[in-house]
Write a protein that binds this ligand. Structure first.
Ligand code: HPA
Ligand code: ZN
Length: 330
C-alpha cells in the first residue's frame, strides 16, 4: 500500500531545512544573492558531510530576510507536508535567522508564520506549532537570546524551545541558562542529542537540560542501561531515519538503523524527516523505508503516530481533534 495519504504526525522538522531548493533559488534571484555554490547541477542542495550541511543550510538562510519570506516559506512547507498525509506538524525555527535574536523583530516573523499556519490549516487541513531553537555551534552566550524570544512570545502557536546545530560544540551543561529560561516561561522542551554524540551526550542532556523529548537520540542504543532508563522514563525520541542514513550518522543503512531495536526495547520512538529536501526524503519515504527494512505496517505506524501525538507540544483540545483524524485511518 502507499503510505502517502496515511494520516501522520511529525515532530522534528527544521523550517528552513524544509525549504525546497527551488524556493531558495527563487528568493536568491529576486534579491540578487549569488548562491550558486550551494546547489548541484540537478538543482538539489550540495554538501559533503554534516558540518558542510550546516554551512550550506546557513547560506540558504541568507535569502530569508523578511517576515514575508517566512510567511511564504511556512505555507510552502506545510503544503508539501500535507501532501504527504501530515495532519499535525511541529517545526523548529530560530530567531537567529529571524531578526538576529531581537525580540521585537522576532515578533513580526512569528506573526507571519502564524498567519501562514492559519492559512495552511484552512486550505490543507494541517495544524502547525512552532518550537524556537538556539543553534548550538553559535555557543552558550548566543543561545540566550532565542530562549528569551521564546519566553516572550510563548502562546497557542509557539509552544516549545529546543537546541539544534553542531552537537559536539560544548557540553549540555553549558546551555542550562537558556533551557531554564524557557522552562520558567512554561515552554515544552526538546534537545538534539545522540545524533553525533554518544550515549553520554543523551544522558548528560537529560541530567542537565531535562527536556521532555530528545531530537534523534539514536546513539543511546550503545548503552543498554541508558536504553532501559529511556524506556522506563517514557522519554520520547524524535527519530529521523532517512536523515541518519544519508548523513551516515548511524551505520548499516536502513536495515541497520537502531529505531527497530530501540522500539523493541520499549523506547517510545517517533518518525520525522528533519530537513527533507536536503536528505531527499518525505514522510511517505520514511514510512516506505521502515516498511522495507523492518516490515512495519499499519499497526506499527498507528502506534508511532499515537506516541507522537501524546508527546506533541500542544493543548489538549488540539490533541483530541488530531486524535480523531488519526483514528480515521482507513
Ligand atoms: N541536525 C542538527 N542541527 C540541525 C539540523 C540537523 O539535522 N538541521 C538544521 N539544524
Ligand atoms: Zn534536527
Amino acid at each position: 500500500m502507499s503510505w502517502q495519504s496515511f494520516p501522520k504526525v511529525e515532530l522534528h522538522l527544521h523550517l528552513e531545512g524544509a525549504a525546497p531548493p527551488a524556493f531558495i533559488r527563487g528568493l536568491a534571484a529576486e534579491k540578487k544573492i549569488d548562491l550558486r555554490g550551494i546547489f548541484r547541477e540537478d538543482g538539489s542542495y550540495a554538501y559533503e558531510n554534516f558540518e558542510h550541511f550546516l554551512t550550506v543550510y546557513e547560506a540558504a538562510c541568507t535569502v530569508l530576510t523578511t517576515p514575508e519570506d517566512y510567511r511564504r516559506l511556512t505555507l510552502a512547507v506545510l503544503e508539501e507536508s500535507a501532501a504527504h498525509g501530515v495532519v499535525y506538524s511541529e517545526t523548529f525555527v530560530s530567531p537567529d535567522f529571524c531578526g538576529g535574536g531581537d525580540v521585537e523583530a522576532w515578533r513580526d516573523y512569528l506573526a507571519a508564520m502564524e498567519e501562514a499556519a492559519a492559512e495552511a490549516e484552512r486550505k490543507f487541513g494541517i495544524t502547525l506549532k512552532a518550537i524556537v531553537t538556539s543553534i548550538r555551534h553559535f555557543g552558550p552566550d548566543k543561545a540566550r537570546a532565542p530562549a528569551i524570544c521564546a519566553a516572550e512570545t510563548k502562546g497557542a502557536f509557539l509552544t516549545g524551545y529546543g537546541m539544534a546545530g553542531a552537537e559536539m560544540v560544548g557540553r549540555p551543561g553549558d546551555y542550562t541558562w537558556a533551557f531554564d529560561c524557557a522552562r520558567e516561561a512554561g515552554l515544552h522542551l526538546t534537545c538534539h542529542a545522540g545524533e553525533w554524540g554518544g550515549p553520554d551526550m543523551v544522558a548528560d542532556t537529560l541530567r542537565d537540560l531535562a527536556p521532555e523529548r530528545i531530537g534523534h537520540g539514536v546513539n543511546a542504543i550503545h548503552d543498554p542501561a541508558l536504553v532501559d532508563r529511556l524506556a522506563e522514563a517514557g522519554t520520547v525520541l524524535e527519530v529521523c531515519p532517512g536523515s541518519n542514513v544519508v548523513l551516515n550518522a548511524t551505520p548499516g543503512g536502513w536495515s541497520g538503523h537502531p529505531i527497530a531495536r530501540l522500539r523493541e526495547r520499549g523506547v517510545r520512538v517517533t518518525v520525522s524527516t528533519d530537513d527533507p529536501p536536503f536528505f531527499h526524503t518525505t514522510m511517505t519515504r520514511e514510512y516506505e523505508g521502515l516498511e522495507k527494512a523492518f516490515g512495519w505496517g499499519e499497526e506499527e505506524f498507528r502506534a508511532l503516530n499515537r506516541t507522537a501525538l501524546d508527546a506533541a507540544f500542544c493543548d489538549a483540545d488540539t490533541k483530541t481533534r488530531i486524535g480523531t483524524l488519526l483514528e480515521g485511518t482507513p
